[in-house]
Design a protein around this ligand. Structure first.
Ligand code: ARG
Length: 588
């Protein structure tokens, strides 16, 4: 469906042409003075120079030609040359009925669907998930859903950090504790036993212990580096141990991400890319892209237009070891081979931007990806505590994701049981659903690239611009609809009629904006604009609700129209929160 802005613009175009002006000037936008009008067109101002005329004269000419029988009911030229517009309530109702009848609520899918990979999550195996990983998961999941909604084919890849020094550290620590295990035997050739010699709880303790110990003890650190090297060179026993670490961690990660309503299609990681490195390096050398620089193998990626220095992409260290750049390039080789994506979107901490500039340029320059492949970096800011510093526990340690979630769910549980009497079971289930919405909305309502303050008390509030407020609105609508049905009515045969009150019209105009809002969100990869929109829509609904007798309305047609609006508002809100990655409970 066309957006309402397009439909109104069409009419303005006609009027501009009939008045003898260029129709390019006819662009209509949402009014920035809702007290004066609903939509506006500033084209007369833009045309003044071209036509050597005062803008108000152009605006007057256009208004004179404008038909007031279709989308527009009132048009007014005001100084210095704005055209203020109010829509026809019948037209708006017609638009909303079309929307209600469309399975995508008026949003048009991409005409040539793209094949997109989203690289998000990016947890490091065997290190507990902390809040830093939260943003990537939440934002990436939403981008995945938005792209799917627009008709693209999307593959979400978690891209595990499963190949670095942390693996060597863990192996070294296990060797210290359990030297009798067969994996440390140089002659070890056997398959690894089914049972892992540790649990996730052990691993979570082993890694920080080893990491701290290595910082103090050089010998230990060297041993860990050596173990990393041997693992990467295929030492059988270490590979077996690595498999155990992976199995145990991935199981745990799956549980954690599923609690967040985050789902990956691919559980690949840095390790999977390793086998593509040798051929890639050979080619980069043979084709003259890579050269030696102080013993390291590098590819120059600076460009004339650079204002800041962009250092070369590092392919191999002087000791021959692969680096972060190498792994990401090899992952692109792998992705190209397995998926031939049209676009790869990376959702990673914005402090890694330079790394991605280097990798993207190198991949393009050396033909690792095709000319037309789009590589996008969506860098997100830091999640800070109320003190403005990176989020920590009360004791000052790194906040584990599980604890954060438990904390919020607990507070939500209290709120829910304070408000009314519910069974324990229901309160717990509801607290989980609403708590997750609080976290996700709290995060997504900020522009991704900005740092923000993670303020639990504000996020869990049922009032204001919060996830729980949006859910509360949905629950309220569902409950009215349920009551209407319980009184023996059906909600299947509604027809929305022209608005009769200001608050009804305001709600309708908000609802109309859905497809144009989604166009912008999709173009800009900006889930925060969905949040801004649902907040406005929920506000408009609640105003309408407080000013309108819905269930007590005696005129059945009028009532049916209200019910139609409720259904549509519910559907839009539900669609939006699904795109944000959370859902509404039945009651709260
Ligand atoms: N594991 C990395 C980290 O924790 C993030 C990975 C991001 N994705 C990528 N393709 N480099 O910093």
């Amino acid at each position: 469906m066309k957006t309402i802005l397009d439909l109104i613009t069409d009419e303005l175009e006609q009027a501009f042409e009939e008045a003898g002006y260029d129709k390019e000037l006819a662009k209509v936008t949402l009014s920035n003075r809702p007290d004066l009008c609903e939509y506006q067109c500033n084209g007369a101002m833009a045309g003044a120079k071209k036509y050597h005329k005062a803008p108000i004269m152009i605006a007057n000419d256009v208004v004179e030609k404008l038909s007031l029988n279709n989308s527009i009911k009132e048009a007014e030229a005001v100084n210095p040359g704005f055209i203020n517009l109010r829509t026809n309530p019948e037209f708006v109702a017609h638009f909303l009925n079309l929307m209600s009848g469309d399975k995508k609520l008026g949003v048009e899918e991409e005409k040539t669907p793209k094949n997109i990979i989203i690289d998000y999550g990016g947890p490091n195996v065997a290190k507990p998930l902390h809040v830093g990983h939260l943003r990537s998961a939440i934002i990436g999941e939403s981008l995945k859903r938005i792209n799917r909604f627009m008709g693209n084919h999307v593959t979400g890849d978690i891209h595990l950090g499963d190949w670095g020094y942390q693996m060597g550290l863990i192996i070294t620590e296990i060797k210290k504790r359990q030297p009798e295990l067969p994996y440390f035997d140089d002659e070890y050739t056997g398959e690894y036993p089914e049972e892992a010699p540790f649990t996730i709880g052990d691993l979570e303790e082993i890694y920080p212990t080893a990491s701290a110990y290595a910082k103090e003890h050089e010998e230990y650190r060297d041993a860990a580096l050596q173990a990393t090297f041997e693992l990467q060179n295929g030492k059988r026993g270490y590979r077996a141990l690595w498999n155990h670490i992976m199995n145990v961690s991935v199981n745990d990660l799956k549980k954690n991400y599923s609690n967040l309503n985050v789902e990956f299609d691919l559980w690949k990681g840095e390790a999977d890319a390793q086998k593509y490195i040798p051929d890639m390096v050979e080619r980069l050398k043979a084709e003259g892209y890579a050269h030696l620089d102080e013993g390291a193998l590098v590819v120059d990626v600076k460009e004339d237009a650079d204002t800041k220095e962009v250092p070369p992409c590092m392919i191999l260290k002087s000791d021959g070891a692969a680096l972060y750049d190498t792994t990401d390039l090899a992952t692109l080789v792998e992705r190209e081979e397995l998926f031939r994506p049209d676009e790869v979107i990376y959702v990673v901490d914005k402090r890694q931007e330079l790394h991605f500039v280097q990798v993207f340029r190198c991949a393009k320059k050396t033909g690792i990806v095709r000319e037309e492949t789009k590589l996008s970096f969506l860098g997100f800011g830091t999640m800070n505590g109320k003190d403005g510093k990176p989020f920590k526990t009360r004791e000052g340690g790194i906040m584990r994701l599980e604890h954060l979630i438990a904390d919020i769910t607990g507070k939500m549980y209290e709120k829910i049981t304070d408000n009314r009497t519910v069974s324990d079971e229901e309160a717990e289930a509801t607290a989980k659903v609403v708590g997750l919405a609080a976290i996700k909305y709290g995060d997504l309502s900020n522009q991704a690239s900005k740092d923000y303050v993670f303020d639990i008390d504000r996020f869990i509030s049922f009032e204001g611009n919060t996830g729980p407020y949006i859910l509360y609105t949905i629950v309220r609508i569902k409950s009215i609809l349920a009551k209407y049905e319980q009184a023996g009515n059906t909600i299947d045969d509604t027809k929305i009629l022209a608005a009769r009150s200001e608050s009804e019209k305001a709600l309708m105009l908000e609802a109309c904006r859905f497809n144009s809002m989604m166009e912008t969100v999709y173009e800009e990869l900006a889930p925060h604009k969905i949040c801004a929109y649902v907040y406005e829509l929920a506000n408009a609904f609640n105003r309408f609700y407080h000013e309108t007798k819905i269930l007590a309305e005696e005129d059945a047609q009028k009532q049916k129209s209200y019910i139609g609006m409720l259904k549509l508002t519910r559907d839009i809100l539900n669609t939006c929160i699904d795109l944000l990655g959370f859902e509404a409970p039945e009651r709260m």
